[in-house]
Design a protein around this ligand. Structure first.
Ligand code: CTP
Length: 408
């Protein structure tokens, strides 16, 4: 998470410089401490005053300017940074850094820092294609600079191709990932998320209120922590996360098939999906029509496969985490599911409580271990809860490792 992380944002002179205002806002929303450095050309596209207002600190534009109330010279900016992000990065700045030049406040800061440097290029498609630019990029990546591929699309110069500044949420996610310790490296995690959709004719279906936010947060945080992640998702309004294998499914039966296809090579399985327990007994190929004065319609439902129950029987060494959506006797019901389904951990939430759970960005859960120990996690963002759930998973991993070491 970016709270209190120190980000130095370098802005260079391209038309995409206006997007750096939104990037600053996103960093600030996540409670990061942002200091902005602009080249002279960047200040032709967007004013330092805009960035100063957004980040709440004077903007650095001139290597030789007398220090203001915030006394940070270029060297201390380089030391201050947990990460330096250059967005947009022009062909010019890429060339200057690759050549080891230090003739303004941004290049001087970059050359003097030991922090990771993320370069987000944005330029004309032909410039990006130019062999010299490509060579400079290769030199930088070979030296450990981090580079995001520019996006594809229509560019300001009315051409189409690669050269757009990567999308702002993608840059923010990349920075999150850079600053997150990789304590799940080597793990392969399967996460299911969202609702399932059980059709009863070609135009109608039964579903539930799950938004998928908790499962997606788990998948994204697991990826940030270095795991290889597969996300099997029912229909949601959320975008498929980057750098995660994404499998879209609709019904519980589809989800079961996808889980059975992917679980084998996984070390951890987290079933956050709100799977419909029942599906329609008959599949109507045509739309069900009203008949006469019908005032009641009866649908016959049959049980869906209990995916996690099946996994509990075949999981072997894998860590299996379930969720319990409850409206009453939360701890008792969750503990029963933990035991009956042979899980290693269960996350119980009160889906009847307003402001948390289904559809909300926040949640409040109880994490129950097989020992019976239950940890209450008060209301907080689902992303923060994802970190805590994965910490509990790591606790199980560590415990198993200790047992194994004692054994040998
Ligand atoms: N689950 C599943 N397959 C189903 C139903 C649920 O894999 N057909 C999983 C969910 O993903 C969740 C856990 O089982 O991890 C518990 O889901 P929940 O809906 O709380 O409980 P159920 O087992 O369906 O029991 P009940 O609805 O009776 O509370």
């Amino acid at each position: 998470m970016l709270k209190d992380k120190r980000i130095v944002l370098g802005i260079t002179g391209g038309i995409a410089a206006y997007k750096s205002a939104e990037l600053t806002r996103e960093f600030i929303k996540k409670e990061a401490a942002v200091r902005v450095v602009m080249t002279k050309n960047a200040a032709e596209f967007i004013t330092p005053l805009t960035l100063q207002t957004l980040c709440g600190h004077p903007v650095f534009t001139d290597l030789y300017a007398p220090l203001t109330d915030f006394d940070m010279a270029h060297i201390s900016l380089a030391e201050y940074a947990d990460v330096i992000v250059i967005a947009p990065a022009t062909a010019n700045i890429i060339g200057k850094i690759a050549a080891g030049m230090a003739d303004d406040i941004l290049t001087t800061t970059v050359l003097a820092t030991k922090a990771p440097v993320l370069i987000c290029p944005a330029m004309n498609v032909n410039m990006y294609d130019n062999a010299i630019v490509k060579e400079n990029i290769s030199r930088l990546t070979a030296r450990g600079y981090l580079l995001m591929e520019p996006g594809y699309g229509e560019l300001a110069c009315k051409t189409e191709g690669y050269g757009r500044l990567p999308e702002i949420p993608d840059i923010v996610e990349e920075v999150e990932s850079i600053l997150t310790p990789k304590d799940l490296q080597g793990e392969t995690i399967l996460v299911t998320a969202g609702p399932t959709r059980e059709p009863f004719d070609p135009v109608r279906y039964i579903t539930n209120y799950s938004s998928g936010k908790m499962g997606y947060a788990l998948a994204i945080v697991a990826k940030r922590r270095g795991a290889k992640v597969t996300l099997i998702s029912g229909p949601t309004a959320l975008p498929a996360p980057r750098d995660i294998k994404f499998v879209a499914v609709a019904s519980a039966v589809d989800m079961r098939d996808a889980v059975m296809e992917h679980y084998r090579h996984c070390t951890i399985i987290i079933k956050a999906a709100a799977v419909a327990d029942f599906k329609c007994s008959t599949e109507n190929c045509n739309k069900i029509k009203k008949k006469g004065d019908d005032t009641v319609m009866i649908l016959e439902l049959t049980r869906n496969p209990d995916i996690i129950g099946e996994l509990g029987m075949i999981k072997e060494h894998r860590i299996l985490v379930g969720f319990a959506a409850e409206t009453e006797n939360i701890l008792e019901n969750a503990s029963e599911k933990l035991k009956n389904k042979n899980l290693d951990l269960i996350v119980a939430n009160d889906v009847g409580k307003s402001g948390i759970g289904f559809g909300s960005d926040n949640n409040e859960v109880i994490i129950v271990e097989t020992s019976g120990r239950a940890k209450h996690v008060p209301i907080m963002a689902k992303e923060e809860i994802a970190y805590i759930i994965l910490d509990s998973v790591r606790k199980i991993m560590k415990k198993r490792k200790r047992v194994k070491e004692d054994w040998y």
